[in-house]
Design a protein around this ligand. Structure first.
Ligand code: HEM
Ligand SMILES: [Cu+2]
Length: 556
């Protein structure tokens, strides 16, 4: 009997735009979704960066009129909200999406379609937030954006003070995005628990996976209180409830508790992935295994727990009881201990290593210095009487930008240089990378170092201008002067990526001579990640492969 031949369609030209679009929109592949998260994050990074630049221009000289007070309020709200929810979170989730299955030797996340759902919830939540530009008070008058700060304190968000719909966009946009983050966090937890390849015990998991595991658990605990508070706020605004309305017996401080029970762990949700990248990159470029693996894991878990119990250090000035303040001073100081341990372990890893300052390592070193500054000012602010003086001053703005840029953004840059070859198969230029590092680091420190001083001199945050003759001109001038350098740094990265996609040197599977599983597959990895699912016997499976005479498992 004749067997019917099924002709196989062989594409003879490049696929058209619609088919490529269709492929990406319908994908459930963790790698594609990871890239989509990261690209969206980078786009919003440019948006939020422009918002920040506009604010810095306004503040460059006293009594400036570049921005009106309303627009300034809108910009700092959108800048903060965007940076935290639409830049930090998606880039982190994107890296986790891309790397976790590769690092644990799996073919995808546990629930690939749920993963796609998470991305689209994030994406449409983000669009909703920015749709407020058109639809806020919008169309009927000037377009608008939320103007209540990224923390949206009551009673500013009540109907009486926030008319129109801009605050509603803030609430609903973040609520939608929050659902996405929750499902993705649950998905990653399930993946890490059930999809590890043979031999990949919890004690052999790369630190990156460990840290993201803790981050996802934190998300599962911290995000629901925020969503709950947002629903309550919707009730206040639409149904005449009075949860946060002091005049009707509600409590504005209640909002702050709800918000910071989410908001403080959020800071660690943002910073632990930075630590995660540093923990992979520093050993490879020091040619030594990470120093104190077990202690690093223990410190991470400790940070995860303690960070849930320190939220009221954001509320020293609202008039809590002395006992409560004392407790939160103590618990906040306590968290410095595991964080300090981590810094010592990274330094211990570098100690005596054969360090190569390729771009990823440069950014990690910058991170170590700058995070140290952030940590020191953090301990200062954790002292309640000090905070009473400097809360809501520029000192705080300086502190948290050292955390978020020095801690998170620098490690994101490091991660881009480190894993770009895996994702695209091509190397970024080291020369452009080195330039980017020095220019961006100079710009960053020039912008934020002087803010410690203007803060101590009494400059409050969230003001759109200040008077001349108070000693603030110099520091604000310097601060704004740093911005063009930062922009130049980011442009160099964009240039580097555009160049590398066309001309970059082919990367090969393992350009850095690294040790974790993602480097054992091709660059970029095939859709199924691994031809055969790997088996591991130690924390450095590729080391074992490359050094059969002296494998790690002999010592573990
Ligand atoms: C890249 C250069 C950046 C510049 C020049 C910059 C500048 C500013 C400025 C001028 C403010 C307003 C300060 C005030 O008046 O209170 C601000 C607030 C803020 N920034 Fe940035 N920023 C930058 C990057 C970032 C990044 C990377 C993040 C987070 C990942 C971030 C998070 C925030 C937050 C949460 C606020 C508070 C907003 C609020 O008060 O509602 N910023 N920034
Ligand atoms: Cu905090």
């Amino acid at each position: 009997m004749a067997v019917a031949e099924h002709p196989i369609a062989i594409p003879c030209s490049r696929p058209g735009v619609t088919s490529v679009l269709h492929e990406w929109v319908t994908t459930v592949d963790h790698k594609k979704l990871g890239i989509m998260y990261i690209l969206s994050g980078l786009v919003f990074f440019v948006v939020a960066g422009l918002e920040a630049s506009a604010m810095r221009i306004q503040l460059a000289v006293p009594n400036n009129t570049f921005l009106s007070p309303q627009v300034f309020n809108r910009l700092f709200t959108m800048h903060g909200t965007t940076m935290v929810f639409l830049v930090g979170m998606p880039i982190i989730v994107g890296m986790a999406n891309y790397l976790v299955p590769l690092m644990i030797g799996a073919r995808d996340l546990a629930f690939p379609r749920l993963n796609a759902f998470g991305f689209w919830m994030f994406f449409f939540g983000a669009l909703l937030l920015y749709f407020s530009v058109l639809g806020g008070d919008g169309l009927y008058g000037a377009g608008s954006m939320p103007d209540v700060g990224w923390f949206a304190y009551a009673p500013l968000t009540g109907r009486a003070f926030s008319r129109g719909n801009s605050t509603d966009y803030w609430i609903v946009g973040l609520l939608v995005g929050g659902v996405g983050s929750l499902t993705t966090a649950a998905n990653l937890v399930a993946t890490i628990c059930t999809m590890r390849c043979p031999g990949m015990t919890f004690r052999r998991m790369p630190l990156f996976v460990w840290l993201l595991f803790v981050v996802c658990l934190q998300m599962l605990v911290a995000l629901p209180p925020l969503s709950a508070a947002q629903v309550m706020l919707l009730f206040d605004r639409f149904l005449g409830a009075h949860f946060f309305d002091t005049q009707a017996g509600g409590s504005a401080v209640l909002w702050q508790h709800f918000f910071w029970i989410f908001g403080h762990p959020e800071v660690y949700i943002l910073i632990l992935p930075g630590f995660a990248c540093a923990s992979e990159i520093i050993p490879v470029f020091s040619r030594k295994p990470i120093f104190g693996y077990a202690i690093m894991v223990a410190a991470t878990v400790a940070i995860g727990f303690i960070s849930l119990g320190v939220w009221a250090h954001h509320m020293f000035t609202v008039g809590l009881s002395t006992g409560a303040n004392a407790f939160f001073v103590f618990s906040t100081m306590l968290i410095a201990v595991p964080t300090g341990i981590k810094i010592f372990n990274w330094l211990g890893t570098m100690w005596g290593g054969r360090i190569r300052f390729a771009t990823p390592m440069l950014f990690c070193t910058g991170f170590l210095f700058q995070f140290l500054v952030a940590g020191l000012t953090g301990v200062m602010l954790a002292t309640a009487p000090f905070d009473w003086q400097l809360s809501d001053s520029y000192f705080v703005v300086a502190h948290f930008h050292y955390v978020l840029i020095g801690g998170l953004l620098f490690t994101i840059f490091a991660a881009i240089y480190y894993w770009f070859p895996k994702v695209t198969g091509r190397m970024l230029s080291e020369r452009l990378g080195t330039w980017q590092f020095w220019i961006f680091a100079a710009g960053f420190n020039l912008t934020f170092m002087p803010q410690h001083i203007s803060g101590v001199l009494g400059m409050p945050r969230r003001i759109y201008t200040y008077d001349a003759g108070r000693g603030l001109e110099l520091w604000n001038g310097l601060s704004t002067a740093g911005v063009p350098l930062q922009i130049l740094g980011v442009l160099l990265l964009v240039l580097n990526i555009a160049w590398a996609l066309r001309r970059g040197a082919p990367a090969g599977d393992d350009p850095w001579d690294a040790w974790t599983l993602e480097w054992s597959t091709t660059s970029p990895p095939p859709e199924y990640n691994f031809e055969t699912i790997p088996t591991v016997r130690s924390r450095r499976p590729l080391w074992d492969l490359k050094h059969p005479d002296d494998p790690d498992w002999r010592y573990e």
